[in-house]
Design a protein around this ligand. Structure first.
Ligand code: F6R
Length: 597
């Protein structure tokens, strides 16, 4: 949450604003930049709302060589210019941007106030820059003042500091990710590895509890604990052109990219060893799939398939609940952490704890070089490419595919399923991207009609059985996330245990019924609902009862329905958002990468 970007180059302000625009999905309630002018003065521009407001406000400023910027997702303090980053030290020497949460900011603020520091914001972050200001005179080298400051901060932080007295940017990292980018035309910093692809191909991953000096010559990293120099781990990333992905209707174009993303992910997964080898597979007694939100829904589907094919105890666990649910991991446990961004704090924390307890940790992620790739023993990379819309769509489809293939390969390794059968499942995959393509190409009119109905409903319920129930949960999350229509998901059989009381005119139920065996039960459920005045829409490849509206999807191998049937639901959510005048790419109160617990 929150995005940090900084640049040392010929036109650092312009590049920083471009970087912030790319990072906007991380937080978009306010934004700001700090530049160092030719007279070594720091100048701040902050605005409430989107980065475009800062871009407008900085029009006409001369080129500068040093800049840092921030997009905010408010945690401490209301959304206003005063609370937007960067923050300036009282003496005007330092400008600072921060991502994370400083747990001891109230104590530090009191101590600094007693020393005569005047705070201008309500944030935890401002404490860091004022603390640094008080430390700077105590040391000959600013680096010592920075490490001293960092040691006094409790909590999580990715911090970048612009110092009017030096030609360096200073970076501090604990708990929150921070990356540097090195190129011939300039050096950069970002809280998101993907953003750096647009500026350079060489990306350095800062260590946990590290401090880094970045200048036009390069970067040096130090340990915050003992000041020793730490080597920087560099990765080469595929560069990208700025205009390709950086504008337009991201959610809709990302749904349209699902067929291609699935094919790429399938090609990668089926030519890479993604499963434990035979001896390890036979030692695994328990598997936990952990994730949050949409990623958790893919865990639910993955767990269902592992249970079905692999004869091993398996459970999907909400990563945010790991600590409160008495789960135990040991050396016979395999934990699969599923996270599109690779940066979700709850997922990372649970994965680290499982590792500490002796488990082997695999990661399914979409972002090469993200934090989870360093936590995990093995990384399964989905190939969905950069996902910018806050609501996950193409990455979700690829996560479900990855876990489906994982279940099949794991069962094959354990000798529980014949290789010919796995080959058949894989052969049947080829129809899936085409089937998604046909939903995208032909579904428009039907989806528009249904979206009209949903957007006027007072509440929407999603129902299904088996994996259809998990798809129902994902459809419901997507709808409420981007259109703000009240929505809940239930296992169909649960309706009569309470929720049927809600069925009346004005309520719409979306049923997912892809399993031919449950169709007769679904028909009975439809009658129970419609006879009470509510409307039903069914997503299915089969014929449906007369009294319900239908979104027909093509027939594919049943194992792939969770990937196919979610697509009309994603489109419905998007279209409802548009009909209700909501920004589907950047829903209120949310951010793409949830790096706070
Ligand atoms: C919803 C959505 C979120 C994320 C969740 C975990 O559309 O995208 O629910 O799935 O915040 O994020 P990752 O997968 O990055 O760990």
């Amino acid at each position: 949450m929150c995005g940090i970007f900084g640049a040392i180059c010929e036109d650092a302000l312009s590049d920083t604003l471009k970087g912030l625009k790319l990072l906007e999905y991380r937080g978009y309630d306010s934004a700001g930049v700090a530049i160092k002018t030719q007279h070594n003065q720091l100048q701040l521009t902050k605005r409430v709302g989107r980065v475009s407001n800062v871009i407008a406000a900085t029009q006409g400023l001369p080129k500068v060589q040093f800049a840092v910027g921030h997009t905010r997702w408010a945690t401490h303090g209301e959304v206003c210019e005063r609370n937007a980053h960067p923050f300036l030290s009282q003496d005007g020497r330092f400008a600072l941007v921060h991502n994370g949460i400083l747990d001891n900011y109230i104590q530090l603020r009191e101590q600094l106030t007693q020393k005569g520091v005047h705070f201008v914001s309500d944030t935890d972050s401002e404490v860091a820059v004022q603390l640094l200001m008080t430390k700077a005179p105590l040391y000959d080298d600013i680096k010592d003042a920075l490490t001293d400051t960092a040691r006094m901060l409790h909590g999580s932080f990715a911090i970048a500091v612009l110092d009017s007295n030096t030609d360096s940017l200073y970076l501090l990292r604990r708990g929150s990710p921070l990356y540097i980018g090195i190129s011939n035309s300039g050096n950069y910093l970002s809280s998101d590895v993907n953003t750096l692809r647009y500026f350079c191909s060489r990306v350095g991953v800062l260590e946990e509890n590290a401090f880094c000096e970045l200048n036009s010559k390069g970067a040096t990293q130090y340990s915050i604990d003992d000041g020793r120099v730490l080597p920087i781990h560099y990765i080469n990333v595929k560069t990208k052109q700025l205009d390709k992905d950086s504008q337009g209707d991201a959610m809709l174009s990302e749904i349209a990219e699902i067929p291609h993303a699935l094919q790429k992910t399938f090609d990668y997964l089926t030519t890479t060893a993604i499963c434990p080898d035979k001896s390890m597979a036979n030692n695994i007694r328990r598997i936990y799939l952990i994730g949050c939100g949409t990623a958790y829904h893919s865990c639910l589907i993955g767990a269902q398939y592992i249970r079905r094919f692999c004869n091993v105890t398996v459970e999907a666990v909400l990563a945010s609940e790991w600590w409160y649910s008495y789960y135990k991991a040991d050396s016979n446990t395999l934990v699969v952490a599923v996270t599109q961004s690779g940066e979700t704090a709850d997922t990372l924390n649970a994965a680290r704890e499982c590792k500490r307890q002796g488990a082997t940790v695999y990661a399914v992620t979409n972002v090469e070089g993200s934090t989870v790739t360093f936590v995990a023993d093995k990384v399964i990379l989905t190939q969905a490419d950069n996902e910018r819309a806050v609501a996950s769509t193409k990455a979700y489809a690829c996560q479900v595919l990855a876990l489906t293939i994982f279940a099949l390969q794991f069962a094959e390794t354990k000798g529980l399923i014949a290789s010919e059968q796995v080959a058949d499942y894989k052969a049947d995959f080829y129809a899936l991207p085409r089937a998604v393509g046909s939903v995208l190409a032909e579904g428009d009119k039907d989806i528009d009609r249904v979206a009209n109905k949903l957007s006027q409903s007072k509440a929407v319920y999603f129902i299904g059985r088996g994996t259809d129930y998990f798809t129902a949960r994902e459809g419901s999350l997507k709808l409420k996330e981007v259109s703000y229509i009240h929505s809940e998901a239930y296992a169909s059989g649960e309706l009569k245990h309470g929720t049927l009381a809600m069925m009346e005119k004005g309520v719409t139920v979306v049923g997912i019924a892809c399993d031919s065996e449950v169709m007769s039960r679904h028909k009975a459920t439809v009658s129970e609902i419609t006879s009470r005045g509510a409307d039903v829409i069914t997503v299915t490849p089969y014929c449906t009862p007369n009294e319900c509206d239908t979104l027909v999807i093509p027939i594919v191998n049943a194992i792939y329905y969770p990937i196919l049937s979610v697509v009309p639901l994603q489109l419905l959510a998007y279209k409802c958002a548009v009909l209700r005048g909501c920004d589907a790419d950047k829903p209120r109160n949310l951010a793409k990468s949830v790096t706070v617990e």
